[in-house]
Design a binder for this molecule. Structure first.
Ligand code: NAP
Length: 295
């Protein structure tokens, strides 16, 4: 990095009225493991910026411990140390998960929690308002309408510019659209070669003009490296094309829908460079049929 914005332009996809790189970066991996390496993660973020990535996903609850904001701070510090980055990228965060003793995960979708969590995220990220704030997961103990009303209020208060929902089903999406209208721009659900059940949700997103942010697009942070062992067509086409199965997976996801934006996680420069190169891997109709059949 030489202090300038020397990036290539990646193809873009719509996120409401925003335009972001067709491949984003999931930041969870930067800090989710004990003893995470801040400097290495920072280099991965800079490699993503160099490669043209303009969408980064984090959450207040990501990190190895019960402390909040570890991941948000690691990401924003890496972005701040790359001149001009914050003027060009969209940082998305999430609230609604809580962390407790022994780093256990809980959910709190109450209006009071979301109102506080969004303000704390904005403060940590040093942003006047959050470009994309996502409900991390519906809380079964709280009326979903209450959570949506809280997000609507955050938009009305100017704390949040655009809203996303995550881990939702079609009925919850319909309710989100009803309460949030045009402020809702994205759904973040799991989608990968080993988790394909969200295909109908992708079609729903297309129909409503929403982005589908595919989390865990390589099978999740613990399984991603073994993708070639679990998905044989991905491994075969990878060999035929002389690329990694992970790159094939991201190219396959991009081909699934113009609404889909994969957000692969990476803590190493090599991972970032390999997956971002999927924008140049055009799969043939025959290859796509083989991959679609490899469920
Ligand atoms: N909304 C939700 O509930 C939810 C849940 C889970 C995740 N997410 C979001 O989705 C993002 C991605 O999910 P994820 O991190 O769980 O899973 P993932 O993207 O499927 O896998 C991430 C792992 O893939 C490895 N990797 C990346 N590119 C690679 C390549 N080309 N070759 C080999 N390995 C490669 C990375 O390794 P290295 O670390 O070694 O680079 C990392 O450990 C998260 O960062 C987070 O932002 C959201």
């Amino acid at each position: 990095m030489d202090g300038g914005w020397k990036v290539r332009e990646l193809p873009t996809r719509r996120l409401g009225d925003l335009s972001v790189s067709a491949i984003g970066m999931g930041a969870m991996t930067l800090t989710q493991v004990e003893g995470f390496d801040v400097a290495r993660g920072g280099r991965a973020v800079h490699a993503a910026l160099d490669a043209g990535v303009t969408f980064f996903d984090t959450a207040d609850s990501y990190g190895p411990s019960e402390a909040y904001g570890v991941n948000e701070l690691a990401l924003i510090n890496a972005l701040r140390s790359y001149p001009g980055a914050l003027d060009r990228v969209v940082v998305a965060t999430k609230g609604g998960h809580t962390r407790h003793e022994n780093a256990s995960w809980w959910i709190d979708g109450s209006a009071a929690h979301l109102a506080r969590a969004a303000r704390e995220s904005a403060s940590r990220l040093g942003l006047d308002s959050l470009p994309l704030y996502q409900l991390h997961r519906p809380d079964p103990k709280v009326d979903y309408a209450e959570s949506m009303g809280a997000l609507r209020q955050l938009v009305d208060d100017g704390i949040v510019q655009h809203v996303g929902v995550s881990n939702v089903n079609p009925a919850q999406l319909a309710q989100s659209l009803h309460v949030l209208g045009g402020a809702l721009v994205s759904v973040q659900n799991e989608y990968s070669p080993v988790a394909r059940s969200e295909a109908p949700m992708i079609a729903l997103c297309e129909r409503h003009g929403l982005a589908f942010l595919a989390w865990g697009p390589l099978g999740g942070m613990r399984a991603a490296k073994g993708l070639g062992q679990t998905s044989s067509a991905f491994a075969e086409i990878a060999v035929e094309r002389g690329v990694s199965p992970q790159r094939v997976a991201i190219a396959w996801a991009l081909a699934a829908s113009p609404a889909l934006i994969p957000i692969p996680g990476a803590s190493r420069v090599e991972s970032v460079l390999d997956t971002v190169a999927a924008v140049d891997l055009e799969l043939t109709p025959d290859e796509l049929r083989r991959l679609d059949g490899d469920a």
